[in-house]
Design a protein around this ligand. Structure first.
Ligand code: C5P
Length: 403
């Protein structure tokens, strides 16, 4: 999908600049035409010769090219580009972009760019979490730029945390998906719950389940790739979101997941309840760690958590679609159908715990999709990403039938 696309790769002065050579190579290999623009500081980290060789075009870093006296028009570059990606984006360049400073060729071109802009921050973890940087990234997002979140890991400073520039392969993938995304869900807002919830017992213990969040995250990526704006309400999981069209809200307990979901629900066209929500929580969470010496047979009093799927089903207005999941061990079809009706869902995705390769933790799933009007489709065992595509296709079909 990158064939023939005009892409400006902006490089700023951070150590991750060395990785951008690979990004340029990958984009060129994928058929894109790449124009590299470097800030003066970026040239200290990687030589322009490397980048002009890889891109097949002279690198631009000044308003005037000294030896030819040629003026580099930021306006023409802004019009030429189908996309602009700033990688790595330092705290300083992010601050300039957020505040309209135009004191070098890169940030000036950014101000002129009409194309979508992708920003891949890279910096030390303290700079990354400084309130100024947090605010500037939020500002960039609010202008419609796509932030490619940095990964966690060891940084050049040897500190460990969030701040590593996303790998070139993944940045290339984000761009490829951006151009290849089917516009089927364009303009739609999708709300997804994913992962387990944790119900605290005391400050060090909790009740939870084996959900990994993989299915919900795959659905979020799939919906975003199909053009939707996705809000992902995630319980505690060890997964990252990559797509810039996904806004993630992290929660811990069922009550928090309920509150976050219900606050987003009025704006959602499609809501997919994929989380494995704990049915019960501890009535009185101990403020201090419960000591073994106090009792040999402690009793936990449990109370019911809100049923988020049911709450959305009850609040649903015309035109809103809700999709639930059912993980059953017996009487699968009948139980799934009963759930679909009780929670006023439009569709339920049934997966069985009898299937070794389906359900919790694993990367594959085997599902049966049942709609409120009684249609039943069984799918073979597939990677969760492909299952997500099947579910999204089924949702789109249902939307078409209803419109
Ligand atoms: O009733 P059961 O938990 O089996 O229903 C599963 C479906 O309901 C899933 O879609 C799940 O995300 C949703 N659910 C929920 N809130 C709960 C319990 C389940 O949204 N408290």
């Amino acid at each position: 999908m990158l064939t023939g696309k005009h892409i400006i790769v902006g490089i700023t002065g951070g150590i991750a600049a060395y990785k951008t050579a690979t990004l340029v190579r990958l984009l060129v290999k994928a058929g894109a035409e790449v124009q590299v623009i470097m800030t003066p500081n970026a040239r200290e980290f990687i030589t322009p010769v490397t980048l002009s060789t890889l891109s097949g075009k002279p690198v631009i870093s000044e308003f005037f090219t000294a030896n030819t006296g040629q003026w580099n028009s930021h306006v023409d570059l802004g019009l030429w580009a189908d996309a602009m990606v700033v990688a790595p984006a330092t705290a300083s360049t992010i601050a300039k972009m957020a505040n309209g400073v135009a004191d070098n060729m890169l940030v000036t071109t950014y101000l002129s760019a009409k194309a979508p802009v992708f920003v891949a921050p890279a910096m030390d973890l303290d700079m990354m979490r400084h309130p100024t940087t947090v605010r500037n990234i939020a500002l960039l997002r609010s202008y419609g730029n796509h932030i490619i979140e940095p990964a966690e890991g060891e940084l050049a400073s040897h500190l460990v945390g969030k701040g590593r520039m996303e790998e070139p392969e993944n940045i290339c993938k984000v761009l490829d998906e951006f151009f290849s995304r089917r516009a089927d869900l364009a303009g739609k807002r999708v709300l997804i719950t994913a992962g387990p919830t944790r119900e605290r017992i005391d400050p060090v213990r909790y009740i939870s389940n084996f959900s990994s969040g993989k299915m919900g995250f795959a659905l979020a990526e799939e919906c975003a790739s199909s053009g939707a704006q996705v809000t992902l309400v995630a319980g505690p999981v060890a997964l990252a979101t990559r797509h810039p069209a996904i806004t993630r809200i992290d929660v811990e307990s069922a009550q928090q997941m309920h509150d976050a979901t219900m606050s987003q629900f009025p704006q959602a066209d499609i809501t997919i309840l994929c989380a494995a929500v704990a049915d019960y929580r501890v009535d009185c969470v101990a403020e201090r760690k419960i000591k073994r010496e106090h009792t040999d047979e402690p009793t936990l009093k449990l109370v019911k958590n809100p049923d988020i799927a049911r709450a959305t089903g009850q609040a649903k207005r015309n035109g809103q679609l809700t999709v639930g999941f059912a993980l059953e061990t017996d009487n699968e079809q009948a139980n799934a159908l009963e759930k679909l009706q009780r929670k006023n869902l439009d569709m339920i995705v049934l997966n069985s715990l009898r299937d070794k390769q389906a359900g919790f933790q694993v990367d594959t799933n085997r599902v049966t999709i049942i709609t409120a009007d009684g249609q039943r489709t069984e799918y073979p065992l597939k990677p969760k990403r492909d299952v997500a595509a099947d579910i999204v296709n089924a949702i789109m079909q249902l939307m078409k039938q209803k419109s």
